[in-house]
Each structure stands twice: as C-alpha cells, then as structure tokens.
Design a protein around this ligand. Sequence first.
Ligand code: MRU
Length: 369
Amino acid sequence: MENALNLDTVVLSENGEAVVILDQTLLPGKTEYLTLDKAEDIWEAIYKLRVRGAPAIGVAGAYGYYVLARQFDTENMEEFVAKCTKMMEYLNSSRPTAVNLSWALNRMHAVLLNEKDGKTVAEMKERLKKEANDIREEDIQISRSIGAYGFELLEKLGRGVGIMTHCNAGTLATAKYGTALAPVYIALEHGWDPKEDLHVYCDETRPLLQGARLSAYEMQAAGVDTYVQCDNMASYTMKSGRIGIIFVGCDRVAANGDFANKIGTSGVAIIAKHYGIPFYVCAPSSTIDMTMETGEEIHIEQRKPEEVTEMWYKERMAPEGVGVVNPAFDVTDHSLVTGIITEKGIAYEPFKESFEKMGIKPVTKYVDK
Ligand code: MRU
C-alpha cells in the first residue's frame, strides 16, 4: 500500500497548463489522477469531492484560478480582470463551507488587483502562477507546523496514546501532512513506533466515508495501528479508556472559536466532554474567519439525498420518497473545544483574544492596500 505522503493531492501539471488532482472518490481502491483545464471540470472535481479537505480545496482553487486565467486571450488588462472576477466567483460557488476556497481565490484576485498597474497581462499571468505555487508550498509548511504543536501534546500524554479522529484531515486533505493527522506523521519522524506508540481510531464518517476510505488508508499505509469504527461507536471507544486525545480538522472557525467540520464532529465533541477527553481542533490560520463572530453565521452545505439512501449500498436502503437530512458539516460550540492548534501556536479560551494575539486578521476581500 503506497504511503499517502508520497501522493500529490493537488499540483500544477508539468507543462503548467492544467491542475492535476488525485481523485479521492476512488481511494483506497484505485490511485488515479485527473488533469483538469476546463472551468466546469475543476468546479465538478471540487463539488464531487474528487479533491476535498479544506486546505486542498484552497490549493485547487488557486491553481484553478491560474490555469483558467492563463487561457484568457486578451492583452487588455481591464478585460482580463473582468474575466478573472467572473471565473473566481464561479469556482467559489462549488463548495460554500470551507473558508479556504474563497480565501485562496481572494488571495489570487488581490494579487491581480494590487499589482496589475504597470504590468502586461502576460507578466500578470506569470505572477499568478507564482502565487498559486506559494499557496501550495505554504500549506505544506503550515501543516508541518500544526503537526509539531500537536506532537508536543502527544509527548505529554506519552507513547502508546490512543488518538481519535473524524473525517479525513490527513495528508490527502492538504498539500502534504494534513492537520489532524500531521501530529502522527511528526511522531513517526521522531522515531515513535507505529504499532506500539500510536493507536489511531477513525470514525467512518457517514455518508461519504472519508474516515473509513481515507484516514484509515493513510494511517494503515503509514504502518500505524489503525481502527475504523462506525460513527455511533465513538462513545463506546471513549468510555473504554482507549482514547487519550481527539484531533479533528475544520472548515471554518468563527472568531469565538465555534467551528464547522464534517457532519458528526459536534457529537464527538459532546461525548469527549462527557468523558473528559481533550478535544483539539487543527486549523491553518487561513481557516479562521474573523469576519464571523460566532458559528451561527457559517453557511452549511446541504448535499444530495442519494448520498444517504443509496450510495455504497448494493441496493437502496431507505424507502422511496422518505425525507432525507444531509448536511455536509455541523458547527461545534467553542465551549467543547480544549484548544485550536494553528501553525502559529495553540489558541485557548477566550479564543478571539488568543487569535488576535497570534496576529490573525479578518480575511481580505479582493484588495489589500
Ligand atoms: O467534505 P470534505 O471531505 O471536504 O470535509 C473535510 C473535512 O471536514 C475536514 O475535516 C476539513 O476540511 C479539514 S481538512 C484538513
């Protein structure tokens, strides 16, 4: 089984003309890459979760922006800007909850608006390519740094620790290393024994099974002692005393520390509080949306009913015509969160003050002058 750290989730093609993504809907059975250079295909890949995980979606958005911008056949800067604006708004409509997509698109667009004066369209295209590459490179560094802070917590708990996670916030969800699973990769680098020192419990994560298909695959491929459990088994495992810490990723954090992550996360947090198990959220600072005071403001993506009633089953499992609830994310209250691990350090209550001390500012819209 290929170590997932060796797989590139999102890169620019060698000729620089397309976004290359690992198709995560086929994992763990098949490792296949898609080469995308059309707006509709990039949009579809994000919507259908072929590329997924908040930071990876951000990187895909940045490369998508560049790849599409380079195709605009005009020397006229105003026209180029108008086309880019329309294109970024289209890409941004693919998935609403993770802030990273709009953050990355806005960052690309801000570069265009702030630096276009005195440049040709061709020069601007080169500049946008560099920005997209920078976003990817930075994501790798950020994930490593989150991993290092998370590893400090593991060291305090000691070798042999049981870690629970929900959904997939591993290397597949980022440019490399992941957020919630990065501490595990860093522990392995520090010589921790994958079978004796680390035991990772992955919630399967209904309905799209990112835990069973992706986290379990990543951890097993890294040699780690790995378990999959149905989502409704989390309380059983926590009660059994096997879990020392919980790490989850997130898609958007509000200023007060409320955060959105894959549906089911809030239940895990509530149970963890009951059993007194530390519950940490792993978040690149770009996921912290200081424009939102509380999680009430986070827009939750609703997805198709078939994901619940039919997908993965040999035949439909729910009666025809039944109502279906299928929110892709839920919001966990900040009172359930022990700490939020960012690349700048670990934030604690009161989270807003903690974020401000770290220098985290509201997401810039389009222009930053
Ligand atoms: O719908 P998905 O698979 O994109 O949801 C992913 C999650 O909820 C992750 O936990 C989150 O994006 C953080 S990834 C580092």
